[in-house]
Ligand binder design. Structure first.
Ligand code: G3P
Ligand code: MG
Length: 266
């Protein structure tokens, strides 16, 4: 059996707070990042898409409905509740309240831009996993614009942001506009050709639904020179198994349970 290739040092922490730390605080907001950081998290995953005027900002869904509400003083021309977020200019999106839906303690929290989140991360020395989450039908463009802006925002940082996406086209766009930024293919299933697709995109990692990892799939990925990360791991036994298999990264919602500095209880 051939030994897996020796990989360059992996610069990212193992523990990654999902959607900022978006269970105890509203997902993909600065408040969530602050909460995760206060609990010792040094790396964050977030979902980034584009407004209609190409401002990269944090939001998971295509629509505004689930995680925002009209803010106070909302302008008359503000977007309707079920609007496609990516069809709105940033000046309208910036007025939405992205905290009230979660709990009244977070009322008034805004959707942050990628630039705002980058400032927070760089000031605190945190790492970032930018999941490119294109509005339906905009993958190549979103990948290109998000990667270009990430490249410029993170210029000179000791550790570059890790760009990931479920959409091959988004990663193609990222590779075209900022080839030096590391990329990871997200997988919810092992679709035909998954490994070759990651290699064709010059990815450094796979970020899989954690149930896809087995000793065999880990060995396959490592033999191909790819790091192995998982989402969204909220179960202690599953986390311990992933660590034992030699995977490198765990994205979790349970920032109050998994403490990045403490060893796993196995
Ligand atoms: O990036 C990992 C994970 O966030 C992917 O799933 O739906 O939570 O964005 P989702
Ligand atoms: Mg995500």
């Amino acid at each position: 059996m051939t030994a897996p290739p020796t990989l360059p040092a992996w610069p990212y922490p193992r523990w990654i707070a999902h959607r900022g730390a978006g269970l105890l605080a509203p997902e993909n907001t600065l408040a969530a990042f602050r909460l995760g950081a206060s609990l010792g998290y040094r790396m964050f995953e977030c979902d980034v898409k584009l407004s209609s005027d190409d401002v990269p900002f944090l939001l998971h869904d295509d629509t505004l409905e689930r995680t925002t509400s009209p803010g106070t003083g909302v302008p008359q021309d503000g977007p309707p509740h079920d609007a496609i977020a990516g069809a709105q200019p940033w000046r309208q999106l910036a007025t939405r309240d992205a905290g009230q839906w979660h709990s009244s303690a977070y009322a008034g929290e805004a959707m942050p831009t990628l630039a705002q989140i980058t400032r927070f991360c760089r000031a605190g020395g945190h790492c970032l996993n930018i999941e490119i989450k294109p509005t339906t039908g905009t993958a190549l463009h979103t990948g290109a614009v998000v990667a270009a802006q990430a490249h410029s925002l993170w210029h000179g940082a000791p550790v570059a942001p890790l760009l990931s996406s479920f959409e091959v086209e988004a990663l193609q766009g990222a590779r075209l506009s900022a080839p030096s930024l590391p990329r990871a293919l997200l997988l919810d299933t092992l679709w035909e050709g998954w490994l070759q697709a990651a290699l064709d995109l010059h990815c450094v990692a796979l970020v899989c639904n954690y149930t896809l990892w087995t000793p065999q799939t880990v060995a396959q990925a490592k033999a191909a020179g790819l790091r192995c990360l998982s989402y969204t791991v909220n179960d202690e036994a599953a986390a311990a198994q992933l660590v034992a298999w030699g995977t490198e990264g765990i994205i979790t919602d349970r920032v109050d349970h998994f403490r990045p500095d403490a060893p796993l209880a196995t």
